[in-house]
Write a protein that binds this ligand. Structure first.
Ligand SMILES: O=C(O)CCC(=O)C(=O)O
Length: 291
């Protein structure tokens, strides 16, 4: 269970790690499903609705960067989003209106291969009418200093929304560190034993380096919003929007608060995933030398 102290830590710093939130059985099941998905990717040759592939992926050496929307791919991922301990923590962090699942993704970082993710704020991708919005990271493996853990810049959730546009003015889902001066060198690594869960606020600046270790780092990410936080990019399907409500009642009266917003427009030239969006960033922080 999340403690009052952990909730306070999240409010002040914008993140918190809670150990032992996933049972060994559930984690084992998730890892088994993941192994099967990677095996099945041998027959996939380009990014599709489920797979985002690492450069170098092939039939003989399958290499997957992300499983898209895992909650729609296998029940084990949908079920964990509804687990009582997780919902209790989310209710404490997001407030009384209820909890809506915005999206999910499973970012793989295979040993020696796993791609870096440049600094960004999730809020730049999906601003809402209020900022009771966060991401949950389920550590399917031990997250260590060596295997490319999530790195966060504490306190940035209370600051501005940084520019995430490329040199031509198109959204690219990444911050140019030269234009967004922050203390990146003292970013906090979200490490923990497998089965731990991290929570980070949607405006918290974060990224991660390439996995150069011999241990995989697979991270299952869910994005959740308070039920009264509505996405500013719009609601494609009202029924689907409400089907993702895990607690709370259906409402059409969003809570609107004055938060710093930059719309992810004009849309990214490279579509498909954050990795594709970010290829447009010229000044990369997580260069191979730094990783
Ligand atoms: O997988 C990671 O290390 C970072 C992922 C992330 O921040 C994202 O996908 O938005």
């Amino acid at each position: 269970m999340i403690t009052a102290q952990q909730i306070e830590h999240y409010r002040i710093h914008g993140y918190v790690v809670v150990e032992k939130m996933v049972s060994p059985e559930t984690r084992k099941q998730m890892k088994q499903v993941l192994d099967e998905l990677v095996e099945a990717s041998r027959s996939v040759s380009s990014h599709d609705a489920v797979y985002d592939l690492e450069p170098g992926h092939s039939t003989s050496q399958p290499s997957v960067r992300r499983i898209k929307k895992p909650h729609l791919v296998d029940a084990v991922f949908a079920q964990f989003a509804r687990s009582p301990a997780l919902l209790a923590a989310l209710s404490a962090l997001l407030g009384p209106s209820g909890v809506r699942l915005h999206n999910s993704k499973l970012n793989l970082k295979a040993a020696s291969v796993g791609s870096p993710v440049e600094w960004h704020q999730d809020w730049a991708f999906y601003p809402h009418t209020n900022d009771d919005v966060l991401a949950v990271g389920v550590m399917l493996d031990d997250a260590t200093l060596e295997n490319g853990p999530l790195l966060v810049v504490p306190g940035t959730h209370t600051g501005p929304t940084f520019d995430h546009h490329d040199s031509e003015g198109f959204f690219c889902g990444a911050m140019d560190p030269a234009n967004c001066p922050l203390d990146y060198a003292h970013a906090v690594p979200l490490v923990g034993p497998a089965g731990s869960v991290s929570f980070h606020h949607a405006r918290l600046v974060h990224g991660s380096a390439q996995n150069r270790s011999n241990q995989s780092r697979n991270l299952l990410l869910y994005e959740f919003a308070a039920a009264d936080a509505f996405p500013l990019m719009g609601i494609a399907q009202w029924d689907d929007f409400n089907a993702r409500l895990l607690t709370g009642a259906v409402i059409n009266t969003p809570r609107v608060e004055p938060n710093p917003v930059r719309m992810p427009l004009p849309a990214a030239l490279r579509q498909g995933s954050i990795y594709e969006n970010q290829t447009r960033l010229r000044n990369r922080y997580f260069s191979p030398e730094r990783s």
